[in-house]
Design a protein around this ligand. Structure first.
Ligand code: TTP
Ligand code: MN
Ligand code: MN
Ligand code: MN
Length: 391
């Protein structure tokens, strides 16, 4: 069988990092269905199945037109039997029974609602589900012990479940810029994550911070956080070392200076009218704008914060300048694109890629790079710009 003429050569490539995946594409009905099955598998902790459905969805996003017949899929990689069956059913009947019964199942809906709470992962959601909890308000009313992230997640759930707009992301960017310049002049901040890929809304706002003089960035995060705290901008923050990527990365060697690489999960208080953070004159712990009677640490009654300000999830990462290209590539996403880059590096190039470094296992040395372009080049890949990393 020869590949269908509608299939561009690049869509026949099997790794998402070899292809251009734009934000807007022509197969939304199909990709939404496959991604729902992927999400359901993830909620059931079946990672292999989840990734398989996500890869299948991703390949459909690269096609220049809507799939109409099964023949249109000839020559495409990443489509397993199960995905093909779902696509076939959707093309014939307009919907898939498996997708619709999953979408309406109590377990899927509850686990999605519960993991939608900031600080709640699949394991916790699963335990709560078995205990009879179904949604955030059940959690708020329950006797469950919540850690501080989950308390913030329940408290600000209403705001955090709203999408963040590009304008709000830019307003947050100005606040972070001000904080960073205040504590370390010359430091640079870059918007990463979905907004860098051109998304118009996000579930959070992601920033990468560095300084052109290597070493100057050390100790920056606590100072930035402290400045933001004194301005009354932070509703919640937790600073940690970055261990996420390395732990998922298998045998890659952590670079010796990785302990300097810090990140902060936070919730900002964004003023709705001005787009600025909380009133600068306001003392921390004082009355919070727009929300009557919300004392920190008081009972966990979810608050409606529609008047003065909005709670917004913000991720901050500090990277040494020498690792900036890797950090930028690693924090721009999408998650599947990142995963595919690492898989490509390992399987096809015998290299280990992280958001700190690229290690060549054959040459037994790190490959230096200061830009994303250089990293793609080391990996033997055509450069894919952020707007085409929406796998
Ligand atoms: P997210 O902010 O989770 O996703 P996103 O920005 O692509 O989409 P959304 O609009 O929903 O926010 O992650 C952004 C990138 O950050 C992602 O490509 C991988 C990276 N990342 C890490 O490196 N470590 C982490 O712990 C997380 C959560 C993300
Ligand atoms: Mn994001
Ligand atoms: Mn994020
Ligand atoms: Mn409010």
């Amino acid at each position: 069988l020869t590949p269908s003429p509608v299939i561009p050569k690049s869509s026949a490539k099997s790794y998402a990092c070899q292809r251009r995946t734009p934000l807007k594409h022509h197969n939304l009905l199909l990709t939404e269905a496959l991604e729902l099955l992927s999400e359901n598998a993830e909620l059931g902790e079946n990672e292999g199945r989840s990734v398989a459905f996500r890869r299948a969805a991703a390949i459909l996003k690269t096609l220049p037109q809507a799939v109409q017949r099964m023949e249109d899929l000839q020559g495409l990689p990443c489509l397993g039997d199960h995905s093909l069956r779902v696509i076939k059913e959707m093309l014939e009947y307009g919907s898939s029974q498996e997708v619709e019964s999953t979408r309406h199942s109590e377990q899927y809906q509850a686990l999605k609602a519960l993991t939608g709470i900031f600080g709640v992962g699949v394991k916790t959601a699963e335990r709560w589900f078995r205990g009879g909890l179904r949604c955030p308000s059940d959690v708020a009313k329950s006797e469950e012990r919540l850690n501080s992230a989950q308390q913030a997640g329940v408290l600000y759930h209403e705001d955090l479940s709203q999408r963040v707009s590009r304008a709000e992301a830019d307003a947050i960017g100005q606040i972070v810029e001000r904080a960073v310049q205040e504590v370390l002049p010359g430091a640079q901040i870059t918007l990463t994550g979905g907004f860098r890929r051109g998304k118009e809304t996000g579930h959070d706002v992601d920033f990468l911070i560095t300084h052109p003089e290597e070493g100057k960035e050390e100790g920056l995060m606590p100072k930035v956080i402290q400045w933001l705290e004194t301005q009354g901008v932070l509703l919640y923050q937790k600073t940690t070392r970055n261990s996420y990527l390395e732990s998922k990365d298998g045998p890659s060697r952590p670079p010796h200076n990785m302990d300097r690489f810090e990140r902060c999960f936070s919730i900002f208080k964004l003023d709705r009218s001005t787009g600025e953070g909380g009133p600068l004159a306001q003392a921390p712990g004082g009355e919070v704008g727009g929300c009557e009677g919300r004392a920190p640490g008081s009972e966990l009654e979810p608050q409606h914060c529609s008047t003065g300000w909005k709670a917004v999830r913000v991720d901050l990462v500090v990277s040494p300048y020498s690792q900036f290209g890797f950090a930028l590539l690693g924090w721009t996403g999408s998650k599947l694109f990142e995963r595919e880059l690492r898989r490509w590096a390992g399987k096809e190039k015998n290299m280990s890629l992280s958001s700190h470094a690229l290690y060549d296992n054959s040459q037994r040395r790190y490959l230096r790079a200061s830009t994303e372009e250089e990293i793609f080049s080391h990996l033997g890949l055509e450069y894919i710009p952020p707007c085409d990393r929406n796998a």
